[in-house]
Design a protein around this ligand. Structure first.
Ligand SMILES: *[C@@H]1O[C@H](CO)[C@@H](O)[C@H](O)[C@H]1NC(C)=O
Ligand SMILES: *[C@@H]1O[C@H](CO)[C@@H](O)[C@H](O)[C@H]1NC(C)=O
Ligand SMILES: *[C@@H]1O[C@H](CO)[C@@H](O)[C@H](O)[C@H]1NC(C)=O
Length: 361
């Protein structure tokens, strides 16, 4: 599918999202992995995918670790700021009937993937299926609070942001010691991912979700944890090709779901080029380093910024915070671009037609 088609799908949602956004009452539900987690894994005793220790959060308001996998804010936090709404709290931090659920919930969990088996070695994490199960709980709780009709309206009008798939590669298919990478060719793996995602998005629709934005994958072959696998710290071309194939398969899926699911407005947010550009031309965005992490923890397993890490001198110079995750400064750049594609500034009223120029002499 061509670029024009993509732009069209995004705009379709935008037309309605923009008007809602202006009222600053947009309700958002966030599904995802460590790129969007805001602290669910803190509530899972045995999870190894945790970031609730220094130096995570060092640049977050308050300077404390929160369970976000970056030094500061996630892209979701920044988009929420721009919308003038609070960043939705982690599902597991809420009491089942907490009034906060009426304003949005974040189900994201570090280590999670589209597939249940993804991130197995983290012991505990919320897979996308788990996250959808919890969303079902939320929809029931909302109905109990405000009644069936108002609840349906709220859920239909909310925007669901979905960012999953990175771990299906980084912590599954690309790990040579795990079965999926041995069992499947990449084409078969993509097919498995798409048939699973098809069921998951259909289920979200059944639960009332109508506006869904799927956040495509970035060039995973260029994140520090993948670069270390190449001899000279280069990007892994094959991994980037797979990511592009994934992104295009998701776009095709979205086109077919928009036809099949009544009143659905699914959109694909493509940030591949934006991230690639940031990595190739860091200087153009005010960064100095994009091929290694600020925490200096570039390994293909682990790669988190542990308390004994030696931090870079200036965190704003680095695109990557640890071996997997962008820094707060990089998230700011990416969120700015994503926001302006999702919520383009409303066009100012057309200027009154200029008087016909006086005939010149
Ligand atoms: C994945 O786990 C969920 C429950 O968490 C279950 O409903 C679903 O059937 C499982 N999917 C597969 C393919 O095993
Ligand atoms: C989800 O809802 C079920 C049934 O209402 C409840 O038993 C379960 O504890 C809820 N799960 C969470 C994590 O809130
Ligand atoms: C990153 O790039 C710089 C300059 O291009 C180079 O000197 C350095 O060795 C690279 N670091 C890694 C870890 O590849």
């Amino acid at each position: 599918m061509g670029l024009l088609g993509v732009a069209f799908t995004v705009l379709l949602v935008v037309a309605t999202m923009a008007s809602v956004a202006s009222s600053a009452s947009l309700v958002t539900f966030i599904f995802g992995d460590s790129l969007t987690e805001v602290g669910n894994n803190n509530f899972m005793q045995y999870s190894l995918a945790k970031s609730n220790y220094p130096f995570y959060g060092i640049d977050y308001p308050g300077g404390q670790p929160t369970g976000r996998f970056t030094n500061g804010r996630t892209i979701g936090d920044i988009i929420s700021e721009k919308l003038g709404i609070p960043s939705p709290p982690p599902y597991l931090s809420l009491a089942p009937n907490d009034n906060a659920i009426l304003k949005g919930v974040n189900y994201a969990s570090g280590g999670a993937g589209i597939l249940n088996e993804t991130g197995l070695y983290f012991v505990q994490r919320l897979s996308f299926d788990d996250q959808i199960n919890y969303f079902e709980n939320t929809t029931k709780a909302i109905k109990a609070k405000i009644g069936e009709q108002a609840a349906s309206k709220l859920i239909n009008e909310a925007v669901c942001f979905i960012g999953l798939g990175s771990n299906d590669y980084v912590n599954n298919f690309l790990q040579p010691f795990l079965p999926d990478g041995q069992q499947y060719t990449h084409d078969e793996f993509i097919e498995l991912l798409m048939s699973t995602l098809n069921k998951q998005l259909t289920r979200l629709h059944q639960l009332g979700a109508r506006k869904m934005v799927f956040h495509g994958l970035s060039p995973l072959g260029c994140i520090p944890s993948q670069r270390v696998k190449s001899r000279h710290g280069r990007c892994l071309t094959k991994v980037n090709q797979w990511v592009l194939q994934f992104n295009s398969a998701v776009q095709n899926l979205i086109v077919s779901l928009n036809k099949r699911l009544p009143a659905s407005q699914l959109a694909f947010a493509d940030t591949y080029q934006a991230v690639q550009d940031l990595i190739i031309n860091p200087h153009a965005y005010g960064f100095k380093v994009s091929n290694t992490s600020c925490c200096n923890v570039d390994t293909s397993l682990g790669g988190l910024c542990l308390p004994n890490s030696k931090l870079c001198r200036n965190r704003k110079d680095y695109v990557f915070w640890d071996a997997f995750h962008p820094s707060d400064a990089a998230n700011q750049v990416l969120a700015d671009r994503l926001f302006s594609s999702l919520f383009p500034a409303s066009p100012s009223p057309a200027p009154a037609p200029a008087p016909a120029p006086a005939p010149s002499h």
